[in-house]
Design a protein around this ligand. Structure first.
Ligand code: ZN
Ligand code: ZN
Length: 356
């Protein structure tokens, strides 16, 4: 459970010779303590003691949501930190260097006389990359909710509907099914707009003869889902059919290849090489995927520049695409959970080219 997550920090205490780590990234605070409010700090000590510092708005919530954590209510945050560290004799304090601003670092440093702040690099960002069973269960639930919501909305689809209307109907359906909200502004891009990988839903009407890309996700208990489907409105022409077939095969090859022990770069190459060999390499500019969890984009980054080694329990997307300016685009995205010898899809809308 949550207390086990804190054992992932042991190597950081050792490698950096730390007495404690100060967490200010609220998502890491949530991950390590269970506190779901929007503002607090967490201090974890090498001897496994743990304190959550918050102001009076959050004390009751923090007491209710956390366990094996001492809640400290503060009036002025940095003096509360200084008092805690002095009382407990904690001197070398790790901080999240990829999250803390220079201003916050300087303010904390000047308040903590006698302590040394040690920037801990981006490896700290990876503590949430391998999901535990509770998280995998949540990610599965939210992925299913979002997939089902899309299928339900599509059954009402009519040619001539605007992209924005479709996006709104999808959001409402997710909320109706119990989602807290949408994971991001949905991408609904039809016709030539499909050439924009991140083309947000517009007032454009979705017309016959076009491809329609929908990239969508929901949030449930803080966990996100992410999925993309490209449909054909009416019968697709040969070029649309070909582009879709290439992206689908690249996606399928990557899903089949994913396993623990390979690097993210190697997995990215499986899809990228296939698209390049099919003659569309210049039209696939982004990375193959990204981790999904308490954030919509988190570690591991699956790209040609990522050396991260895939491990069982990682949850990430596989989302190759081809985007041709003036023509349109296709992206196919599933969120997968890495198992001991492969991966399992969490998202469930069929990815064959479906005609609406
Ligand atoms: Zn997406
Ligand atoms: Zn994605």
């Amino acid at each position: 459970m949550i207390i086990d997550r804190r054992s992932r920090l042991e190597r950081f205490y050792q490698e950096h010779n730390l007495d404690a780590i100060l967490f200010t990234n609220i998502l890491n605070v949530r991950y390590l303590s269970g506190f779901s409010g929007s503002e607090a700090m967490l201090v974890t000590a090498a001897d496994s003691a743990c304190w959550l510092l918050c102001d009076s708005r959050y004390t009751i919530q923090a007491e209710a949501e956390t366990s094996h954590v001492e809640v400290i209510q503060f009036v002025e945050r940095n003096s509360a930190l200084a008092m805690l560290f002095a009382e407990r004799g904690l001197r070398r304090i790790g901080v999240e260097s990829t999250h803390m601003t220079v201003a916050a670092f300087n303010a904390v440093a000047s308040a903590l006389q006698g302590c040394e702040l040690v920037p801990v690099g981006d490896e700290l960002d990876q503590i949430r990359a391998v999901k535990d069973q509770t998280e995998i269960g949540m990610l599965e639930l939210v992925a299913r909710l979002a997939s089902d919501a899309l299928l339900s909305v599509l059954s009402q689809f009519k040619v001539g509907m605007t992209e924005a209307r479709l996006a709104m109907e999808l959001e409402i359906e997710m909320l109706r099914r119990g989602a807290q909200g949408k994971a991001f502004d949905f991408i609904v891009a039809s016709g030539e707009r499909g050439a924009m990988p991140h083309g947000r839903a517009s007032d454009k009407r979705i017309m016959s003869g076009e491809l329609l890309t929908i990239d969508f996700g929901a949030v449930l208990d803080g966990y996100h889902s992410d999925e993309t489907v490209t449909f054909s409105i009416g019968a697709p022409d040969n070029r649309c059919r070909e582009i879709h077939a290439v992206v689908k095969e690249a996606h399928d090859l990557a899903v089949a290849a994913a396993r623990p022990g390979m690097t993210c770069r190697q997995l990215d190459a499986v899809a990228r090489d296939y698209i390049r060999n099919s003659g569309y390499g210049e039209f696939f500019g982004h990375g193959l995927g990204h981790g999904v969890g308490l954030e919509i984009h988190e570690k591991p980054t699956v790209s040609p520049r990522s050396d991260i080694v895939l491990q069982e329990g990682m949850v990430f997307t596989i989302e190759p695409g081809i985007y041709i300016p003036g023509v349109g685009g296709v992206r196919i995205e599933d969120t997968v959970c890495l198992t001991s010898n492969g991966c399992r899809l969490l998202t469930s809308v069929p990815k064959e080219l479906t005609v609406l």
